[in-house]
Design a protein around this ligand. Structure first.
Ligand code: NAG
Ligand code: NAG
Ligand code: NAG
Ligand code: NAG
Ligand code: NAG
Ligand code: NAG
Ligand code: NAG
Ligand code: NAG
Length: 832
């Protein structure tokens, strides 16, 4: 009952009836013939790469213009010309021959048992799997998914079976033009607790870390998402990892490239290109044993370079260590005291636990028993729970018995890791590093003299240049592994040292002594000035009002947050200035003002065609996504609105004003506050009513923003039949007349209606009443980037709860909304 597509001419004598997704035992495939999977997603046949004449047999995506090969059969033995042939051998193996007269095959499926079934076929499935099977009984003999090349497709498995010795792993190409076996492999390590390791030759290059119950410990990004579901199996029969996509229309692949990166790509149909969705290794700490044996990598470390020794260890060759050559690693400090009566453990938080290939695993005992078992065994140097994120709580016990390789900390993921130390070391750490701090103080004091001298010198040379932190970085200070702790320590110094300090003189000169001509406007907590530094650079200076009572908190908050963030769609901070009573933040200056200046004004609005608006929407979405999940912190902005989106001279949007933002811990999903801050019209109902904020309250504000950008209307200034803008849009959407709301200043011929409607649709999804009905930002970015996907239907959004309810109970302290910079941020007090 198969429909026969005769797209391809099979050149064979004996064939009478051919279906295009299979090769039967009696057929053969010549160069030029191609078979397609049933849904036409994949193709199988001969291909060449670039200008090369060499012919390979493989599988590629059939529907996309860019040649994307996912599997290669004869990767190391190509055919020299177009005389190649694929057919079944008499033993039932699918073979590639160099020519019709060829005798020795270049490649074969190499099934060891003779396959006698006459109904044997090779069929290409829609997942991209070439399967040898009996077309009558369905019994399978071989599949290409068991012999991957460099690409890991959805529903494929990586890993090994214990009985038949099958091991599926990825091997990179030699180069983009040569699919031959390269020297990077990505495979599950059989030893200890299983982990996926990317090797360069035989040397580990990067590792995923072990399975946490939910994800790989070294891949914090791999949370249960909208699109991907991951599963890991480890039992007597097999150890394997696989992933699926919940939306079958999504094209995605993971591959290991010849330069040693693992990359995940998704196909962006709109732009007709592959988008790199994720890639590792990306920072120093990702590289295997970057800090040597028993070394520890902390990318956020502000005291030293990223490397320190684990507690109880010291650099083996201090001189090399402080010159940032970490290859010597660290050794135990006091070897004599190892394994004494009163040993204890120092806890390292948010760690990627060391290489688990040498660990002992016991899945049956609790963490407490694990500690006891480690204490009892003199060779045990550390322990941790095996699956710390499994559904019923942490399970299992891992113990280390030798050098610890490749540990690092994450800012908001990772697990607790316990390192054995002797009594003396334990006391040091128990006093919360206070003796360490005393040492720091001593070192600091002795350095101050030197630093002051240096400062005087500096002052002479670079008057009115910004200050950087001094040379304490070489001091061998013990690092506190606790970020919160170290921040407390930092906070007393008022200013985060990662942020350059400007002198008041410099800023006063740059802004003509804060003259009113230079005033750009007044923000919520004080005026904003334009300035020009002596080097010609334009800056925006946000000056905190001296009598702004709560300002200092917001100021600190903003300094703390924004100095850690860097993204194309976030406004860049250049430094700050704290002198006398003055507190100022210095930003890059953006000439094009804020988004509200454009979209809410008749004339300026006309400058924004749909392409520009779409770019702005996507840019804002990416900026928020970065805040929510891609930066090292999870940040809720809490005050997204048109006036907080600035535009640079290419009209690239930059999110500004982090005075309200909150950092969240890794697992914390929502917060609660008695002080509701935000702007009327952009606040989600659960936040406005109950003070609950989460990433989804930002999604709500974003939804309002999209709708405002499309309509050119202000949500909180919409007057029509006592409905809100959202209510109005919802009514029209339901009547199928949503196109009526599109801003008429855009010429109808300049945009695709369907694309604008998709954005309206996304906007409505974002303003759903129920936070759980709103998509998260990664889904939003995904939906914006893909045209042909089915979006869920929006439900009735909130629009009845608005101004009326707010003012009735008198809880709002309304501010007048005015021009762009004066758009006052509201502060209200809400009882819970
Ligand atoms: C292809 O050409 C190379 C070099 O000319 C030769 O060594 C190799 O045997 C040829 N391969 C086949 C399959 O003919
Ligand atoms: C497949 O091709 C090879 C090489 O041309 C040939 O020796 C073999 O007989 C063919 N097998 C079948 C079943 O036609
Ligand atoms: C293959 O054999 C046929 C005759 O059996 C001959 O005509 C042809 O030239 C041969 N092709 C090659 C590439 O040797
Ligand atoms: C085929 O399998 C045998 C043993 O099963 C192995 O020795 C041989 O290298 C394999 N050949 C290829 C081309 O994979
Ligand atoms: C790995 O392959 C690349 C490119 O083929 C080569 O430059 C490099 O030297 C190889 N490395 C090792 C360790 O073999
Ligand atoms: C992922 O989810 C899809 C749809 O819910 C399901 O069909 C598939 O089996 C799942 N895949 C994995 C690897 O869990
Ligand atoms: C762990 O528990 C399982 C089932 O509870 C049992 O089958 C297994 O033998 C136990 N393993 C050890 C090492 O005690
Ligand atoms: C300590 O643990 C190691 C690794 O599990 C084991 O080989 C050794 O026998 C244990 N020693 C004692 C004294 O239990």
């Amino acid at each position: 009952m198969k429909i026969v597509f005769l797209i391809i001419l099979f050149s064979l004598l004996q064939s009478s009836c051919i279906s295009v997704d299979t090769i039967t035992r009696r057929q053969s495939l010549r160069d030029g013939d191609v078979i397609f999977s049933e849904g036409k997603r994949f193709a199988f046949g001969f291909f060449s790469l670039g200008v090369s004449k060499l012919r390979y047999v493989g599988i590629w995506y059939a529907q996309i213009p860019e040649q994307t090969v996912v599997w290669v059969a004869n990767r190391d033995r190509p055919v020299n010309d177009t005389s190649g042939l694929i057919n079944f051998s008499s033993r039932g193996n699918l073979c590639v021959y160099a020519s019709v007269n060829g005798t020795e095959s270049l490649w074969s499926t190499n099934v060891s048992d003779r396959i006698s079934e006459p109904t044997l076929v090779a069929r290409l499935s829609d997942l991209g799997n070439l399967v040898l099977l009996d077309s009558v009984t369905g019994r399978g003999f071989w599949e290409s998914f068991d012999h991957p090349t460099d690409t890991f497709l959805p529903f494929m498995k990586l890993g090994f079976t214990r009985k038949d010795g099958l091991d599926r792993f990825l091997t990179s190409w030699k180069s983009p033009g040569d699919p031959g076996s390269g020297n990077r492999t990505y495979r599950i390590d059989r030893r200890g607790s299983p982990q996926l390791i990317l090797y360069k030759g035989l040397t580990p290059w990067w590792r995923t870390g072990s399975w946490t119950g939910q994800r790989w410990s070294g891949v914090p990004e791999m949370t249960r998402g909208y699109i991907f579901n991951n599963s890991f199996v480890s039992n007597q029969d097999e150890v394997s990892f696989t992933y699926g996509v919940t939306d079958a229309s999504v094209l995605t692949r993971l591959m290991v490239n010849e330069r040693g990166h693992i990359q995940r790509f998704t196909w962006i149909a709109r732009d007709k290109r592959w988008n790199e969705f994720w890639s590792v290794p990306k920072e120093e700490c990702d590289y295997y044993t970057h800090c040597g044996v028993n070394g520890h990598c902390d990318p956020t470390s502000s005291e030293t370079f990223e490397c320190t020794c684990l507690p109880g260890f010291e650099p083996k060759i201090p001189r090399h260590w402080f010159l940032r050559d970490y290859s010597g690693g660290c050794r135990k400090k006091n070897r004599a005291s190892i394994c004494q009566q009163n040993d204890g453990f120092v806890k390292l938080k948010r760690a990627k636990i060391p290489d688990t290939s040498g660990t002992s695993v016991d899945m049956n005992i609790t963490l407490k028993e694990c500690k006891q078992s480690c204490l009892r065994n003199c060779s045990c140097v550390a322990y941790a729970s095996a699956y710390h994120e499994s559904k019923g709580g942490p399970t299992g016990c891992l113990t280390w018995h030798g050098d610890m390789l490749d540990t690092r900390t994450y800012l908001n993921s990772g697990q607790d890791f316990y390192i054995r130390v002797d009594a003396e070391e334990l006391e040091r750490w128990n006093r919360n590093g206070s003796s360490g701090k005393r040492r720091v103080v001593l070192i600091l004091i002795s350095l101050i003299a030197a630093v002051m001298l240096l400062m005087v010198l500096l002052f002479c040379f670079v008057k009115s240049k910004r200050h950087r932190r001094s040379s304490t970085t070489f001091a061998p200070v013990p690092v506190s592994f606790d970020f919160e702790e170290s921040f407390k320590f930092e906070k007393d110094k008022a200013i985060n040292r990662e942020l350059p300090l400007f002198e008041l003189n410099t800023i006063a000169a740059a802004t003509s002594n804060f003259s009113s001509h230079n005033k750009l406007g007044a923000g919520g907590f004080g005026p904003v000035y334009k300035g020009v530094l002596p080097n010609g650079m334009e800056i925006a200076v946000k000056r905190l009002s001296k009598n702004s009572g709560q300002g200092m908190e917001e100021f600190k908050n903003e300094v703390k947050l924004i100095s850690k963030l860097q993204h194309r769609n976030l406004v860049r901070i250049l430094g700050c200035c704290v002198e006398l009573e003055e507190k100022m933040l210095i930003y890059e200056y953006l000439p094009n003002k804020s988004l509200d200046y454009f979209i809410f004004h008749e004339e300026q609005r006309a400058e924004l065609d749909w392409q520009k608006r779409m770019k702005i929407i996507c840019g804002i979405a990416r900026g928020i996504l970065y805040l929510h999940q891609d930066s090292r912190l999870r940040i809720i902005h809490r005050d997204l609105k048109a006036s907080n989106v600035l535009l640079d001279n290419e009209m690239i949007p930059k999110i500004a004003d982090f005075g309200m933002a909150r950092i969240f811990g890794g697992n914390q999903m929502e917060g609660n506050t008695n002080r509701v801050v935000g702007t009327y019209g952009y606040m989600s109902p659960e936040y406005a009513m109950e003070g609950q904020f989460s990433v989804k309250s930002d999604v709500y504000s974003f939804g309002v923003l999209i709708l405002e950008i499309i309509t050119g209307m202000k949500n909180n200034a919409f007057h029509e039949e006592s409905s809100t803008l959202i209510g109005h849009i919802w009514d029209l959407w339901n009547k199928g007349e949503a196109t009526k709301i599109i801003d008429t200043s855009m010429d109808e011929d300049t945009y695709e209606k369907s694309e604008v409607l998709k954005c309206v649709h996304i906007g409505l999804l974002c303003v759903q009443e129920n936070a759980s009905d709103r998509p998260d930002m990664s889904s939003v970015v995904f939906m914006l980037g893909h045209n042909a996907i089915d979006l869920p239907s929006p439900k009735h959004p909130v629009f009845t709860a608005g101004r009326n309810r707010g003012s009735e109970n008198g809880a709002w302290l309304m501010g007048e909304t005015g021009n762009s910079v004066n758009d006052v941020t509201l502060t209200g007090l809400q009882g819970r």
